[in-house]
Design a protein around this ligand. Structure first.
Ligand code: CTP
Length: 400
């Protein structure tokens, strides 16, 4: 359809970027990126009109996003025709605009385009050897200034390398080391680094990305003293398997990976240094508050958890400790617990206990003639504890 509409107006339109890469890699990707060799914004309006979507246009960049009724997004960019004048009176060259558009991108594997116009539908344009790099599993930049133009690409290179189990090419790796040495990465704003870090933390293999960052001495941009030692790596491995386990079980409520990993990485640092990290990464007021509060609350809960595990108290005791925390805090504690029995109890909490609700409330206590007062809270808590421990009995074999 997009190709047909472009054909009507006499220009080419392409699917580009990660969408094409992931087709070749046979990976799911629902983010569609289009490039039009014509007025991209006008094209976006036309396409949205037919598909019944809305358009958000950025006139400055000649780009638009179409948002379809089902929430699916289609990015549309405009590829401009560019003229290059060679020195020494050679003729002015008109480069195909899709080629120029692709040349500005980060890595060869992201610089593929597929024709969508009916005459050439499905034809792949590979100007820079992307198919070869995909076959050889290599992340390679298109030109030597790529990381200077956009240092966030250093973190993107690491993310794609670990996600696809590729390796960063030799020359590209040298360019990264140069860019770090020449302090280009350091010039990025905290907000931009944090944005890329969040994408890394959302990866299934986030820890491998962090180890790779460490090998480029990039963790020091989160905090000057941050390096990965064996103890921290062991804890983060545990944290990652807990996070991945939770993510497999529950889409909602989603655990926010950034807070889980950042507290996993930096939770041992004193509070004033955490405040510094919040500043280095340009946290919003809300993020800063959540980050610091969760550190504080998990610290307190850990003490209670240790007491609980040594006291032989029933599961309801654990319930009341964990119920105070957001799920991110529970995951951090689960990873911290060295005793298998405590880990199992926390997993029972996450899978079963946290959903338990009482069928009675204050109104029922009033019906049986109890005067409203502080006793209500105590009674309801005891009923809840009985429910939980009743449940616990039938799961005792699993906990043993
Ligand atoms: N891109 C780039 N330089 C950047 C960011 C993006 O050149 N710093 C280009 C790449 O060609 C990329 C496209 O813009 O393919 C879209 O970027 P993004 O939305 O991040 O998408 P994906 O490459 O699909 O990444 P992901 O699979 O993580 O969504």
């Amino acid at each position: 359809l997009a190709g047909k509409l472009a054909d009507e107006d006499g220009f080419e339109v392409f699917a580009v970027g990660g969408f094409v890469r992931d087709i070749l890699l046979r990976q799911p990707n629902f983010d569609i990126d289009l490039v039009a060799e014509g007025d991209g914004i006008a094209f976006a309006y036309k396409l949205a009109g037919v598909l019944g979507g809305r358009v958000k246009a950025h006139h400055k960049f000649k780009t638009a996003v179409i948002i379809l009724p089902n929430g699916q997004r289609i990015d549309v960019a405009t590829a401009r025709l560019e003229y290059y004048e060679y020195p020494a009176a050679l003729p002015v060259v008109e480069l195909s605009s899709i080629k120029m558009d692709l040349y500005r991108r980060d890595f060869t594997i992201n610089a593929l385009a597929v024709h969508l116009n009916p005459g050439r539908f499905g034809l792949l344009e590979d100007f820079f050897g992307a198919q070869r790099d995909i076959k050889d599993k290599i992340i390679r930049v298109l030109h030597s200034l790529s990381f200077v133009e956009d240092p966030t690409r250093i973190l993107r290179a690491i993310r794609f390398e670990q996600r696809f189990e590729f390796r960063i090419g030799g020359q590209t790796e040298r360019l990264i080391r140069n860019a770090v040495q020449m302090t280009f990465f350091q010039k990025l704003s905290g907000t931009r680094i944090f944005h890329e870090l969040r994408l890394i933390f959302d990866e299934r293999n986030a820890l491998r990305c962090l180890r790779r960052m460490d090998s480029f001495a990039l963790l020091t941009h989160i905090h000057p003293n941050l390096t990965l030692d064996d103890k921290l790596i062991k804890y983060l491995e545990e944290l990652e398997s807990v996070r991945n386990w939770y993510r497999l079980l529950y889409e909602e409520p989603a655990a926010q990976s950034w807070i889980v990993y950042l507290l996993g990485l930096c939770g041992h640092l004193p509070p004033e240094e955490l405040v510094q990290i919040a500043g280095n990464l340009g946290f919003t007021e809300r993020q800063r508050h959540d980050f610091l509060a969760l550190r504080e609350r998990t610290g307190q809960a850990l003490g209670k958890l240790i007491n609980w595990s040594q006291s032989g108290e029933p599961l309801s005791g654990l319930y009341f400790i964990l119920h105070e925390l957001p799920v991110e805090g529970v995951l951090l504690l689960m990873a911290k617990s060295t005793r298998d029995q405590v880990k199992k109890a926390i997993s029972v909490y996450l899978t079963r206990l946290r959903h338990i609700k009482l069928e009675i409330g204050g109104a029922d206590l009033r019906i049986i003639g109890l005067e409203p007062g502080p006793a209500y809270g105590r009674i309801l808590r005891e009923v809840l504890a009985a429910r939980i421990d009743g449940k616990a009995e039938c799961r005792g074999d699993q906990l043993a």
